[in-house]
Design a protein around this ligand. Structure first.
Ligand code: CAA
Length: 258
């Protein structure tokens, strides 16, 4: 299925797997990577045979950030007219749950890409950081917002203003990651988590994702109102009928994602 320059795209049952594949550049996120990752994820999102997506890198680097060599000659006029990095926003709008499998460096745009994902499975060698300050810039793919929401102002300011890296133990303690596993098990675990999600009702999973994301975008009362409306809408689905009938009849449900 893969016809890409910088990524490998595979299917594993109902799970779509996107592997960043620029090993010589530690998976630095250039424009081609952005276009290919977002394109492949969008294709998976439209595919009724896919219920979850995994995004991963290599053992040494999930991604060492936006491609500094590509960026270094850009002017203000270039970045504003290109709306540089803008396509990454499409990834946060997918209905399909996305699991990041992060081993090695997740720096700058790499950390930001991992944080766009809904679940973050980290290998025990993962290193997170927003070192943009060392380059005379600031995070540009949501890092200042998502990191702050994930770990709070004190730690986000510490990381973004000093540019220091954070090892996985600290990231786990702060709630930046969902689970920590041995690095060699990271992708397998992420695929298992994704397969579990993909075995559920897709409609319920995507509404649940939407509901959780509302917590970051709205006041509590508004978020609760939205959750209630989304909850009510699940009663319009066959999967609600089937899921509850299966429980009552003491059998496994067969979801049809309708
Ligand atoms: N962009 C372009 N190339 C990169 C890169 C990046 N972000 N990160 C690493 N590379 C390249 C290196 O230039 C090197 O290429 P060459 O062999 O051609 O010289 C290759 O990958 C291997 O890297 P190193 O030799 O540096 O490997 P190392 O093990 O000594 O160090 C590292 C690893 C600490 C991750 C180091 O590469 C590094 O600091 N990278 C940059 C990290 C960074 O600053 N990221 C933020 C980018 S800005 C950003 O992301 C903005 C935003 O908000 C989106």
């Amino acid at each position: 299925m893969s016809d890409h320059e910088t990524i490998i795209v595979e299917r594993d049952g109902r799970v779509g797997v996107i592997t960043l594949n620029r090993p010589k550049a530690l998976n630095a996120l250039n424009t081609t990577v952005m276009t290919e990752v977002v394109g492949a994820a969008t294709e998976f999102d439209k595919d009724p045979g896919i219920g979850a997506i995994v995004i991963t890198g290599s053992e040494r680097a999930f991604a060492a950030g936006a491609d500094i060599k590509e960026m270094s000659s850009k002017t203000y006029s270039d970045v504003i007219s290109e709306q540089f990095f803008g396509a990454w926003d499409d990834l946060s709008r997918l209905r399909t749950p996305v699991v990041a499998a992060v081993t090695g460096y997740a720096l700058g745009g790499g950390c930001e890409l991992a944080m766009i994902c809904d679940i973050l499975i980290a290998g025990d060698n993962a290193v997170f950081g927003q070192p943009e300050i060392n380059l005379g810039v600031i995070p540009g793919i949501g890092g200042s917002q998502r990191l702050t929401r994930a770990v709070g102002k004190a730690k986000a300011m510490d990381m973004i203003l000093t540019g220091r890296n954070m090892k996985v133990d600290e990231a786990d303690k702060l709630g930046l990651v969902s689970r920590v596993v041995p690095a060699e098990d990271c992708l397998t675990t992420a695929k298992e988590v994704a397969a579990t999600i993909a075995s559920k009702s897709f409609i319920a999973a995507s509404l649940a994702k939407d509901a959780v994301n509302r917590a970051f975008e709205s006041a509590l009362a508004e978020g609760i109102r939205a959750e209630r409306a989304l909850f009510y809408s699940t009663f319009a689905t066959d999967d609600q009928t089937e899921g509850m009938a299966a429980f009552v009849e003491k059998r496994d449900p067969t979801f049809t994602h309708s």
